[in-house]
Design a protein around this ligand. Structure first.
Ligand SMILES: C[S@@+](CC[C@H](N)C(=O)[O-])C[C@H]1O[C@@H](n2cnc3c(N)ncnc32)[C@H](O)[C@@H]1O
Length: 277
C-alpha cells in the first residue's frame, strides 16, 4: 500500500502524460480506472458521486476533515464563505459543497483559486526541496470545470479564479464584490511562496471563529522554516491581533486552526510555534 507521499509523487509524474491524452480518451479511461479514492468516512452517496467523476486526490484524509470543520462551524454558529487555494482536479472543492449542505449551510459562496498550471517554480525557503517540483498537479481549467459539472456543483454559488496567487487580488477582481467573511479556508498549495500571498489575500476576510485548514502543514519534515508552517508563523507575527488555536489534525499532513482576535494578550503569545500538533 502506498503512503500519501508516494501517491503525491506518482500523481505528479503521471499528470503531464494524462493531460496530453485527448479528452474523449481521458473520459473513457477515467470510467475504467474508477478508484476507491473516496474514504470510507464519507457518506456513501457522496463516495458514489465522487467516484462517478473519476477524481483523484493527493490527500484523501482532507475530505473527512472538511466535514469535521463544517460540523465545528455549525456548533460555533460562524457563518460565511468557503475559500479554497489549490484545487488540482476539484475533488476537495466538491467535497466542501457536499459537507456544507450536510451541515445545513445554504449561505456559503464557494471560491476556488488555482493557476490550473500546477505548482510554480520552487523559490525561497523551499527552493532546494525535492518534495515538490514546478508543474506538479497541473490540470486545465476546462478539465476542472468539467469535473465540477459532472459532480453537480451549484454554479450560482461557485466562483473559480484562475491565476498565480501573487497576482491576487487583481485576478479576483471580477468576483470581489461577492466575497464575504470566511467561514472555512482550505490552503492546499504546498509551498511557502504560494501560501504567503494566499494569507495576505484572506487576511481581511478572517472573522472570529474562521477555520483555516493547512493541508501541507507537516510537509518538509515539519520544519518551521519552510512551507506552510513558516508562512503562517510570519503571518501571525505580522498580524498580532489574531491568534490561532489548533482545532484538528488530519492524515499525516494536515492541521486546522480556529482564528480568534487577541484581547489583552501580548502579540508574541499569538504565534503557534511550539504548539504540539
Ligand atoms: C496538492 S494540489 C491541490 C489538491 C486538491 N485540493 C485536491 O482536492 O486533491 C495543489 C494545487 O495548488 C495550486 N497552486 C500551488 N501554488 C500555486 C500558486 N502560487 N498559484 C496558483 N496555484 C497554485 C496547483 O496548481 C495545484 O492545483
Amino acid at each position: 500500500m502506498m503512503d500519501s507521499n508516494a501517491v503525491k509523487r506518482y500523481s505528479s509524474l503521471l499528470t503531464p502524460a494524462w493531460n496530453r491524452l485527448p479528452p474523449r480518451l481521458r473520459e473513457v479511461l477515467r470510467r475504467r480506472l474508477r478508484k476507491k479514492a473516496a474514504p470510507e468516512a464519507l457518506p456513501e452517496a457522496l463516495r458514489e458521486r465522487l467516484d462517478s467523476v473519476g477524481f483523484s486526490t493527493s490527500t484523501p484524509d482532507t475530505s473527512p476533515a472538511i466535514y469535521d470543520c463544517f460540523a465545528a462551524l455549525a456548533d460555533s454558529g460562524v457563518l460565511g464563505d468557503y475559500y479554497e487555494f489549490g484545487l488540482w482536479q476539484g475533488y476537495s472543492f466538491c467535497v466542501a459543497q457536499a459537507a456544507a449542505s450536510s451541515a445545513g449551510r445554504t449561505e456559503p459562496q464557494f471560491f476556488g483559486f488555482d493557476s490550473f498550471m500546477g505548482l510554480p517554480p520552487l523559490t525561497g525557503p523551499d527552493a532546494e526541496s525535492r518534495e515538490f517540483k514546478a508543474g506538479d498537479y497541473a490540470g486545465s481549467f476546462e478539465e476542472v470545470v468539467s469535473n465540477l459539472n459532472h459532480f453537480g456543483v451549484d454554479w450560482e454559488r461557485t466562483h473559480l479564479v484562475k491565476g498565480w496567487y501573487d497576482h491576487l487580488p487583481g485576478s479576483a477582481a471580477h468576483v470581489a464584490t461577492k466575497m464575504g467573511p470566511a467561514a472555512l479556508v482550505l490552503v492546499d498549495c504546498d509551498l511557502y511562496e504560494s501560501t504567503v500571498p494566499v494569507l495576505q489575500f484572506v487576511r481581511d476576510r478572517i472573522q472570529p471563529g474562521t477555520i483555516v485548514m493547512f493541508d501541507d502543514w507537516n510537509c518538509f519534515d515539519r520544519s518551521d522554516d519552510m512551507g506552510q508552517r513558516r508562512a503562517f508563523g510570519e503571518f501571525l507575527d505580522e498580524n498580532p491581533e489574531w491568534k490561532a488555536t489548533p482545532l484538528l489534525s488530519f492524515g499525516w499532513h494536515g492541521q486546522a486552526f480556529t482564528m480568534q482576535p487577541v484581547s489583552g494578550r501580548r502579540p508574541e503569545e499569538s504565534r503557534p510555534s511550539g504548539v504540539e500538533v
